[in-house]
Each structure stands twice: as structure tokens, then as C-alpha cells.
Design a protein around this ligand. Sequence first.
Ligand code: MRU
Length: 363
Amino acid sequence: MKINGRSYRTIWPTNQDRSVEIIDQTRLPHEFKTLSLTSMNDAARAIKTMQVRGAPLIGATAAYGICLAMNEDTSDTALTNAAETLAAQRPTAINLRWAIIEMVKALRDVAPSQRVEKAFAKAAQICDDDVDICRRIGEHGLKLIEDLAAKKSAGEPVNILTHCNAGWLACVDWGTATSPIYQAHNADIPVHVWVDETRPRNQGAALTAYELGAHGVPHTIIVDNAGGHLMQHGKVDLCIVGTDRVTANGDVVNKIGTYLKALAATDNDVPFYVALPHTTIDWTCKDGMSVPIEERSQDEVLKMSGRTTDGEVVEVDIAAPGSPAGNPAFDVTPARLVSGFVTERGVCKASSQGLLSLYPERA
Ligand code: MRU
């Protein structure tokens, strides 16, 4: 996607494969800054501190983290250590583990002298595939938006609600939930996006709004509690979100608050779709309740950061001093609340049968 007229991906190798460049997402929306990762530890830190985040992008960063580890030491021990260190950074998104397994599979039978070259080629392939997959998710999701647009009068927008950031910043390009939106906008279908702010880290207000704005897509930021009200008043035609892990039965693990949106959507007959690449399906996990949910620092709840009128980015306390906070980062939306999955292979029911109809090789 374009920032100030220049096309970017969220991650790319530089310096003849000695380093990897990322967009530092902790600085957005106030500052667009790229950052060089030169070691496996840099990649691990970027994932942990959420300089990169979003399920597909943390997978891509882990893939390049293995490349950076190979730059330092191509031994089997270094490969195993890098895989274990990178996988430990965030527990919920399955793409992280998927990408690491792909890298280890690609490298384990390769002579150490060939491993650097092979690693960078494999990581680049993971990124290129992600771009292609997200584009195809957009093509399939576009049909949902076209069907809703056909019921509107001329010029009236399709109102789409999304939660967190499942946009191009969460992937390598396009995004999952946002890909159909970008493709509808590019096809001159009027769309308007309700952007959940997504407390506590505000991925919606800071990132989704930033990228929609940069692409010229009309949108409005709302507080996380507003979605149900808007649905009751007929102001939401479609919800579409991303996911960090879909289990074999079709349960959806995604950013905290997704479950409440799905409940409100079900109560108001608003279609609730989840967009995902096959790399987000955990075929080994039978249901959402068995997925580890990341518990993050209470500081994320007790403090907020923002830009003052002087342009300085500051952090402030927002809670009663001394009160503790809980910060589960993800929740589970049961499959029964999901209208369907939008994947690179098409749209299917949120169930094991639905998933297997698109991925019969996993039967
Ligand atoms: O904690 P984050 O910002 O990494 O969480 C991101 C999400 O929950 C996204 O919805 C999910 O990773 C899908 S990204 C295409």
C-alpha cells in the first residue's frame, strides 16, 4: 500500500540480506519511521514489543528472524535456538509457529553453507505468498460487499465495522479484513468503515484509521462500546474482522472484544465474517477454549499515550492510583456466532465441515 505516494510492504530485506527493515508500528500514527533489524534478537524484540504485530506479520518477522540468526551462525543448534526463542515471543497467533515450522522444514536438510541463501529465499516466498493470499481474500470478500451495495440506493455507502487492525499493517500487504474493503473502494463501490478504537493498545484508532485514511477510504473511529448501539440502529451492514487463530471446529481467536461484537451482530442480524489465510488455521487445536490467551502488562490498561498540541508524544495515567488491571489480549468467538470465513480459496461456513470443504487435503 502507499504512504505519501510511495509503495511499501510492512517488512523487506535490505543491505544485501544482512538486515531487515520494518515499519515501527509503536510510533504510528504520529510518526512513520522504519527500523532496521540486524539480529535474531532484534526480530524477537520487535515481535514482543509490538513494533510489528498482527498474525501474518509476526509470522513473516519470525521467518526473517531465522534468516538473521543464520547470518550469525548456520549450525543446527543456532537454528533450533532461534526457532524456540522466536516462537516464545507471543503465544496466541498461530502464524508465528506456522512460519517458524516452514523455515525449519526448509533449512534442516540443507548444508550449513547454503542456509543463509536458502533462508532468505524461503522468507521472501512466505512474504510473497502472504501478499497473494491477502489479495485473493479481498477478491472473495469483495463479493459480499458487492451484494450489500446492490441493495443500496446510488451513492449510499456499505457500512462495515471492523475491530483491531487486520489491515496491511498486520500482514505484508493488503490485510485480511481490510482487503475486501480496499478492493471495493478501488472498484468505486461506496464504503464507510466503523473503526473500533480497540483498547487498550488502540490498534483501530492508531493503525486501521491511519491506513484507511492513507488510502482515502471513508471511516469513523468509534469507542469499543459503540458497535452494539450502531447495529441496533441499522448503521452497520457487515462486520468483518481478522483472526490470530481459527481452530479445527471453526472457533475464532481474535483481539479482545471481538466476541462482544459477534454477540451484538448475532442479536441484530448483522452478518459477521472473519477473514483469514490458511496459515491462521490450527488444525491440531480442537476448539478455541484450548488456545493460550496472551495476558499483557497492566500498564497498557492503566496508561495511555498520545500527542500533545505541542507535537510531543507523552504517556499519561488514566486510572485511580493503586488499582490493579487485567489485560487479556484476545478472546474466543464461538463458531456459531460467525456467519462465515473469507479465505484465499473462497467463502465457507465457520465449522469443521466448512473449513474442510475449502481445504479437503486436511481431512
Ligand atoms: O495484538 P495484535 O495487534 O497483534 O492483534 C492483532 C489482531 O488481533 C488481528 O485481528 C489479527 O492478528 C489478524 S491480522 C490479519
